[in-house]
Design a protein. Structure first.
Length: 291
């Protein structure tokens, strides 16, 4: 699934649109619980299949939902059988991705036992105050008990600064540290098998840049895009500083070639700065054509 970002000039006029794929890995990065030490995080809402990570240098002036036009066709094809359940689940996720209030639909899908819908329902219940209610915790737990690593991530970080201020933190029998241990164990096993997404999760869990570098080496375009940004911010060690710029550009190009619209647009801008407008335009249109 994708999200459309409108870029405006100082007058508010639309200059261009950027489409970025969206995912739960991006969601836990943009909206991680327990923010501290003055960190600022852009709040956005995403769907499954993590495909995009934040470019911290981009100021998102306006975020609009990417409308999914296939909804009616999807629902009309469902029969009164197991396919009906599939349609209920699909509808709930589509509405959620459109940032349309979908709690009734998500609840119906979650009650069917779909782990991903249980995660989304918990997210929707948590969003108004960005703190975890008891009901949200219950659905995160049901999802995590089915092996959902994103639900585990939420449970591992459920004791947030917000809930401390509001004095409504949940203190269940199973501590956040227990979920963190389970998540790291599962993610490490997946990472051992070459799962780039698991490597990225480990980066978010540990802030160890090595995991992000491994995810990028595994071919994950999101990790390549994020790592290029981390290098740009000064993370990582380079004896020769000009090699840092080379690494940034190499990762940006790789991420663009691997289908990251963010990287494609950034790489298009880089080429345009060098006067290669023709190639830059092709990369920009490659991003737009993913919409």
């Amino acid at each position: 699934m994708r999200q459309q970002i409108n870029h405006q000039d100082k007058t508010g006029a639309l200059t261009h649109r950027q489409w970025i794929p969206t995912g739960r890995l991006a969601q836990i990065q943009h909206h991680p619980p327990g923010i501290s030490n003055g960190q600022q995080v852009q709040i956005t809402y995403f769907n499954k299949h993590p495909k995009t990570l934040q470019d911290s240098s981009i100021k998102l002036a306006k975020i609009a939902p990417f409308l999914v036009v296939a909804l009616s066709a999807l629902l009309s094809s469902a029969a009164w059988s197991g396919e009906q359940d599939t349609a209920v689940i699909a509808k709930a996720k589509i509405l959620y991705n459109q940032r349309i209030s979908a709690i009734p639909q998500l609840r119906a899908a979650a009650e069917l036992g779909d782990a991903e819908s249980q995660f989304y329902l918990a997210e929707a219940l948590s969003q108004p105050l960005f703190t975890m209610s008891k009901e949200a915790y219950t659905w995160y737990e049901k999802s995590a008990d089915q092996g959902d690593v994103y639900a585990m991530y939420r449970l591992a970080h459920q004791e947030t600064q917000v809930c401390k201020i509001m004095r409504n933190c949940i203190y269940p029998e199973r501590a956040p540290s227990d979920w963190k241990k389970q998540l790291i164990s599962i993610a490490k096993e997946k990472a051992r098998l070459g799962d780039g997404e698991a490597m990225s999760i480990l980066y978010f869990m540990t802030d160890n840049l090595t995991w992000l570098e491994k995810a990028a080496d595994a071919g994950d375009s999101n990790a390549q895009w994020l790592l290029a940004n981390r290098y740009s911010e000064g993370r990582g060690f380079f004896i020769i500083q000009k090699n840092r710029k080379k690494a940034e550009e190499r990762l940006l190009k790789l991420a663009a070639e691997n289908g990251s619209p963010q990287a494609q647009i950034a790489y298009a801008g880089l080429l345009a700065e060098r006067g290669d407008n023709e190639t830059g335009t092709r990369w920009y249109m490659a991003a737009v054509n993913q919409s």
